[in-house]
Each structure stands twice: as C-alpha cells, then as structure tokens.
Design a protein around this ligand. Structure first.
Ligand code: AP5
Length: 213
C-alpha cells in the first residue's frame, strides 16, 4: 500500500490535481468530500461536522482519523492512495504514519501546492462544483461549456457554503496555524516536493505527474 499526500492551503488546487491522478490509478480520498457526503446523508457526524465546516474550523482529529482508518483497513494491499486534505494537523500526520506502519504501507511523497492568499481568495470565490459527480470548475479559469451546468453529466454546478469571503479568511488562518507546520514535519522526513500552484491548471497537473514519475 502506498500513500501520496497533497498538501496546500484551501483553494490551492488539490482537488483539481487529484482528478488527473485518479485517472492514473490512485484512489482519491478527500476528507472534505467524505464529510460533505455525511452532511448530505444527514448523519449525526455530518450535522456536527457542518457546524464546524461552515465556520472554516476543523473537524476533530479522532473523527477524521477514524474515517481514514476504516478506509485503509478495508483496502487492498496493492492499492495506491492519494490523500487530499488529510493529514491537516501534526496529530493526524503522526496517526497516518502509525496506521501505514501497522498495515505495511508506505508514505511515498508529499506534494506541496504553494499558493499565496490573494490567489486562494480569487479561486475560491469563483469555484463551482458539480452537485452530482463533484467535478470542479472555475467561472474564469476553468469554466464549463454551458454556464452553471456540468460538462460531464449535465447536473447543476453549486457554490460551496464555506466559500464565502469571511469563511475563507478563517480557513486561511486555520491553515497557517494548524496545517502549515506539517511542511517542516515532512521536510524533516525528506518527503516534501514543492510545486508553484499559481501556474495554469494544465502546468500544475503536468508538474505533479512529473514529480510522481
Ligand atoms: P476540503 O474540502 O478539503 O477543503 P480545502 O482543503 O479547504 O480545500 P478546497 O477543496 O477548498 O480547495 P482545493 O485545494 O481542493 O482547490 P480546488 O482544486 O477545489 O475541506 C473542507 C472542510 O472540511 C475543512 O475546512 C474542514 O472543516 C473539514 N476537513 C476536511 N478535512 C479535514 C481534516 N483532515 N481534519 C479536520 N477537518 C477537515 O480549486 C479551487 C478553485 O481554483 C477551483 O475553482 C479550481 O477550478 C480553481 N483552480 C485550481 N487550480 C487552479 C490553477 N492552477 N489555476 C487557476 N485556477 C485553478
């Protein structure tokens, strides 16, 4: 079992890059998406997560680690995982190391998508997501062929509730205090590969594919 981690601030383009890696055989695991599914299903976990996510705060570590543990324990030993939005705290990173070790898995690479705050704000304000298949668009940088409609399945495109300006600000602050320290953690393990995520989408995707060989 091999895991790759996509690290970077909200809106850096983790989900956009993950779409192409999923086509290369990686199992894309977005903890944000897993939590949004719980919200859609109206579960207790979803109700509690929604309150935190709408404020731009993190869901507790034990909840998120529990979801990842179940996934990895049920996985095929040959599976290649791409984590998007996990780990997000030092505690989650340590738990991931322990989990992989117990399952004879390896953390292959950590791809850091570097993107300044002003770019993040513009990207998140223009983001639209297909309500059915989750494909990510941008009103300016990656527009659908027909406004408001997914190219792949014709379903409506929605704006995420946490993409409001004041929530984006909180998410950036939380990233800086809780997630940015993971860069030094993974640097000390020799695993970080930084990519300039301000480049056009195709260039970022190409750079990530090249890093992963
Ligand atoms: P999550 O869904 O993971 O959100 P995030 O990390 O804030 O990241 P985003 O999905 O907002 O952005 P992205 O980097 O994927 O960018 P995207 O590709 O969409 O988490 C949501 C919430 O869930 C968290 O706030 C937290 O509450 C909770 N949560 C999740 N995981 C957790 C965990 N592990 N622990 C605790 N809580 C957790 O791109 C953004 C836009 O930019 C799109 O419109 C796209 O088209 C455009 N774009 C992308 N790349 C480019 C480019 N190169 N040029 C121009 N435009 C681009």
């Amino acid at each position: 079992m091999i895991a790759i981690v996509l690290l970077g601030p909200p809106g850096a383009g983790k989900g956009t890059v993950a779409e192409v890696l999923a086509e290369k055989g990686y199992t894309h695991v977005s903890t944000g998406q897993l939590l949004r599914e719980q919200i859609q299903q109206g579960t207790q976990l979803g109700l509690e997560a929604k309150k935190l996510m709408d404020q731009g705060a993190f869901v507790p570590d034990d909840v998120v680690v529990g979801m990842i543990r179940s996934l990895l324990e049920e996985a095929n030993p040959e599976q290649k995982f791409l984590f998007d939005g996990f780990p997000r705290t030092l505690s989650q990173a340590e738990k991931l190391d322990e989990l992989l070790e117990s399952l004879n898995g390896t953390l292959g690479e950590v791809i850091l998508l570097e993107c300044p705050d002003h770019v993040v704000v513009e990207r998140l304000s223009g983001r639209r997501t297909c309500e059915k298949c989750g494909t990510i668009y941008h009103t300016k940088y990656n527009p659908p062929k027909t406004e408001g409609i997914c190219n792949l399945d014709g379903a409506p495109l929605l704006q995420r509730p946490d993409d409001k300006e004041e929530t984006i600000k909180n998410r950036l602050e939380v990233y800086e205090t809780q997630t940015a320290p993971l860069v030094s953690y993974y640097q000390s393990h020799g695993l970080i590969h930084s990519i300039d995520a301000t480049q056009p989408i195709q260039n970022v995707r190409k750079a990530v594919l090249e890093k992963l060989g």
